[in-house]
Design a protein around this ligand. Structure first.
Ligand SMILES: Cc1cc2nc3c(=O)[nH]c(=O)nc-3n(C[C@H](O)[C@H](O)[C@H](O)COP(=O)(O)OP(=O)(O)OC[C@H]3O[C@@H](n4cnc5c(N)ncnc54)[C@H](O)[C@@H]3O)c2cc1C
Length: 541
């Protein structure tokens, strides 16, 4: 089966929905999403969106804070765009019905780690859910946007799908849509489009402990890589310092509950299991140091003490204020017997955010023509080696808006003839035995990424991870070729590819910078810092 549209958007988080909202003003959109439309990383964002909305703050302050967190690797021009264009998009979200927490007529701005001012716009501690609600409601009411739930993008349509163009140079390739698995009907359809937007979110499920939901299997990174697009800085995985410690479940795709940065901003103190405050040993900003520093400090304390978690203590604050500011965290902890107004909260670092991704220009265009990327899957250059808290929702808004402008220009100025592309080859079978292999392989990737490619790295650990990932990669490819495709197989293939990309970039960086810390190169290089760039030399189908 084949569908055709002006613009295909892959993903229904903030980036996909906001792009759809903008693009629908001049073009028809099909938006595919692999689960229900609200299921996304966005839906779980708690803290909020960083933006300069108060006279006591300034663009320059926000720009500087972002550059400092990024450890000299941010693209200053892109950061300026991010910061200066941010406020107009916050107002646009309000125009479509997003209800942020206000203090009278002013925003109730919170402060988070790494920010010199209070500038986090939030909706209590459920900001992502509120933004997602408003966007889904708006986008669902627009007639020229078709949303297809339970539709999973498998691979992008490019020259390589067409026999006579298969060997065309990678630098002049186009994207004309994607093969999509209709999960309920177990059929692969082709959606052809003049422009395609990857808005498929993050990668956290490549690790054992992550704050990311089950959908975060890095599909967009892997699809773009297979299609020959350029990716960059995949080694910079941000570990959130404080996810709620749990003894774990038997599920392959666990999502750790996040104890927001805002709790530290509100006065939360980190303590060892014996109750000692320890951040003073690591940074003068104490608990409000940037995330990489706090995560490494916790990692170091855990290793020193041989413990599984440290504590976050907010008990010195009035109970009534805690409940007003953090109703969601309060309820969640209470549900497992922890009253955060009286008890310390057990926390551990968990994989949280991918700073690298598919390289885009300042208008969201990737290195493949007619392919755009927005949100966490993209690499705009604003995060450098470490993302400043609450800058990712902002990045998704600002750069989705810009990608929409580029798509408008493309549709107005370039006439796209969509070529004939063969149907998906449905051949293949699956035996129940093989399901076990898939879940075991997924656990294996997560375990080895957590063991060897976590917060503290070394060449030895990375090389060991690389050897094992290469073997897994070959096994999964073999499997993929002989089987009928289905969700968990496609996602496993993508997870293994993403693990490969992270390790490959980590091995390229011979220094410690931002989120990448290597025991072999503990200092930052004195050379002008540069991005690690990778690209697939050949294309596998
Ligand atoms: C617990 C948590 C708290 C956070 N808190 C904050 C915060 O306070 N402030 C902040 O700025 N950032 C925060 N972040 C980060 C931020 O939420 C994400 O970076 C951002 O929401 C990503 O938006 P996105 O649109 O790129 O992706 P997502 O919101 O993750 O959406 C991706 C979408 O793509 C779909 N998808 C994926 N693969 C496919 C495929 N193959 N086919 C079809 N559909 C697919 C998914 O189902 C989903 O709908 C937080 C993240 C988490 C996990």
């Amino acid at each position: 089966m084949e569908k055709t549209t002006d613009v295909l958007i892959i993903g229904s988080g903030i980036a996909g929905l906001y792009t759809a909202l903008k693009v629908s003003k001049f073009a028809n959109v099909i938006l595919v999403t692999k689960k229900e439309k609200t299921e996304s990383g966005t839906n779980y964002a708690q803290g909020g969106i960083a933006s300069v909305l108060d006279g006591t703050d300034s663009f320059e302050n926000h720009i500087n804070d972002t550059l400092v967190a990024g450890a000299a690797l941010c693209d200053r021009e892109r950061v300026e765009i991010l910061v200066k264009e941010g406020p107009e998009h916050i107002r646009e979200l309000m125009e479509i019905g997003t209800r942020f927490t206000m203090s009278g007529n002013e925003f109730d701005l919170a402060r988070e780690g790494g920010h010199s001012h209070a500038r986090i716009v939030h909706a209590q501690d459920l900001t992502g859910r509120e933004v997602e609600r408003a966007l889904v409601e708006y986008v669902s009411s627009v007639p020229n946007i078709t949303i297809l739930e339970n539709h999973l993008a498998i691979d992008l349509l490019t020259e390589h799908n067409i026999k006579k163009l298969k060997n065309s140079p990678i630098d002049s390739r186009h994207c004309w849509g994607a093969y999509i698995l209709d999960i309920e009907n177990e059929k692969v359809i082709k959606i052809k489009a003049c422009a395609t937007v990857l808005a498929s979110g993050g990668i956290g499920q490549v690790y054992l402990h992550t704050t990311n939901p089950a959908i975060a299997t890095g599909d967009g990174f892997a699809m773009a890589y297979r299609a020959g697009a350029r990716l960059s800085n995949m080694e910079f995985i941000q570990f959130h310092p404080t996810s709620l410690y749990s003894t774990g479940t038997s599920s392959t795709r666990e999502q750790a509950f996040l104890i927001s940065e805002a709790v530290r901003g509100f006065g939360g103190i980190l303590r060892t299991k014996s109750g000692d405050r320890f951040m003073g040993k690591y940074d003068s900003r104490l608990e409000l140091a940037p995330r990489d520093i706090v995560a490494r400090a916790i990692d170091s304390e855990l290793k020193k003490e041989g413990e599984d978690f440290v504590y976050l203590d907010i008990t010195r604050k009035p109970a009534s204020e805690i409940k007003v500011h953090f109703p969601n965290i309060y309820e969640k902890c209470l549900s497992i017997g922890i009253d955060i107004t009286k008890d310390f909260i057990p926390v551990v670092p968990a994989a949280h955010y991918a700073c690298g991704g598919v390289i885009v220009d300042s208008f969201g265009s990737t290195s493949l023509q007619f392919l755009y990327a927005a949100g966490e899957v993209s690499m705009t250059g604003v995060h450098g080696a470490n993302r400043l808290a609450s800058n990712s929702l902002l990045e998704a808004l600002v750069y989705s808006g810009r990608a929409s402008a580029a798509i408008k220009k493309q549709l107005e100025t370039k006439s796209t003839v969509l070529p004939q592309i063969p149907d998906w080859d449905e051949a293949g079978v699956l035996t129940p035995d093989e399901m076990v292999v898939i879940s075991h392989s997924e656990k294996e990737v997560k375990q080895l990424m957590s063991d060897y490619v976590g917060i503290v790295r070394s060449d030895l650990r990375l090389e060991r991870a690389q050897r094992r990932i290469n073997t897994l990669f070959e096994e999964v490819e073999e499997f993929y070729k002989k089987n009928k495709v289905f969700s968990s197989l496609i996602e496993l293939r993508n997870l293994v590819t993403c693990a490969y990309l992270i390790v490959k970039c980590a091995l390229l960086r011979k220094e410690s910078r931002g989120l990448h810390f290597s025991l072999d190169y503990p200092a930052s290089s004195q050379d002008v810092p540069s991005d690690t760039v990778i690209r697939n030399k050949y294309q596998k189908s």
